[in-house]
Design a protein around this ligand. Structure first.
Ligand code: NAI
Ligand code: 15L
Length: 264
């Protein structure tokens, strides 16, 4: 068990679930977000701050053993908020981790770093990135930044290219990209407690029937998903048909490949 674990993005969809699930991983769970998080349970410390605020992030990271970093912009957006949260914010986090001797971070990357690959391709974790959005580019930055902090300072990071981690898959594409909360929690356990992880990239998916991603190069994490999108297939196949040329059915990133806004 860790002494103190920091969870960022704790007010988000996945963060709310992890706030509950990670409680057993550390004596103290420090939870953070730019949004309010309530007063906090007995085992929690609550820090509300903007990841773009370097001084606040420095204070946030002080005294923690490890970080599960879910905070940031989680879909396509204008460049400014992505720059603040996902690029400057991530730099602030790693700088603080270096200063305070944090040894391990789990970084919520995204399948959108490879969103322009087609759905009939199977990708391992070393294929060239083909981001589908500015959002995807920012996650690619995070993977590179964490690599540099490992090579220079020995801070270990597991970058999880999360597929679609939500209560259930919402459309045909997510039958391949779905990851259950239980499988995500198990991946967090592997990523936080395996003795050595170095710098590892892994796709975050359940044991789905249709597979776009090959995690063999991350086998040392010992992660075995148990759930699958199959129980949801029948309901999803009842949805209205999707046109063959709809990006939802062509690209791994689905409709993110056409998501705006590029307004300047
Ligand atoms: P979410 O959008 O629900 O949660 C993100 C949280 O980050 C929010 O609570 C938000 O307030 C916080 N945040 C945004 N800007 C911030 C800032 N400047 N400072 C501090 N906090 C800030 O996203 P979700 O679904 O919970 O995802 C969590 C992480 O996992 C995100 O980094 C997302 O990119 C990544 N991810 C999630 C996937 C999923 O299927 N849920 C798929 C791929 C990646
Ligand atoms: C992501 O990166 C997003 O954060 C999430 O909201 C989902 O849309 C997911 O990817 C996806 O590709 O389904």
């Amino acid at each position: 068990m860790l002494n103190r674990l920091l969870l960022t993005g704790a007010a988000g969809g996945l963060g709310k679930v992890m706030r509950r699930e990670l409680a057993g991983f550390a004596k103290t769970l420090r939870v953070s977000d730019i949004q309010g998080l309530g007063s906090g349970a007995e085992h929690e410390e609550v820090f509300q701050c903007d990841l773009g605020d370097a001084a606040a992030v420095n204070e946030l990271v002080q005294g923690v053993d490890a970080i599960v970093h879910l905070g940031g912009i989680s879909v396509e957006d204008k460049f400014e908020p992505i720059l603040n949260a996902n690029i400057i914010g991530l730099f602030n986090l790693y700088q603080a981790a270096r200063r305070h001797g944090v040894k391990r971070i789990v970084f919520a990357s995204s399948n959108h770093v490879v969103g322009f690959y087609r759905q009939d391709e199977v990708l391992d974790t070393e294929v060239p990135m083909r981001p589908d959005t500015l959002y995807g580019v920012s996650k690619g930055f995070g993977e590179l930044l964490s690599r540099m902090y490992f090579d220079r300072y020995g801070i270990e990071t597991v970058c999880v290219r999360i597929g679609s981690c939500m209560p259930e898959p919402k459309d045909r594409r997510m039958l391949a990209s779905y990851m259950s909360y239980a499988d995500f929690t198990e991946l967090m356990r592997c990523a936080l407690f395996k003795p050595e992880v170095g710098h590892t990239v892994i796709y975050g998916m359940s044991a789905n029937r249709d597979v776009w991603w090959d995690n063999s190069k991350a086998a040392h994490l010992g992660f075995t998903p148990k759930d699958s999108s199959e129980p949801f297939r029948a309901a999803i196949e009842q949805q209205p048909p999707v046109a063959e040329d709809d990006p939802l059915m062509i690209y791994q990133g689905g409709r993110f490949v056409v998501a705006g806004p590029f307004d300047n």
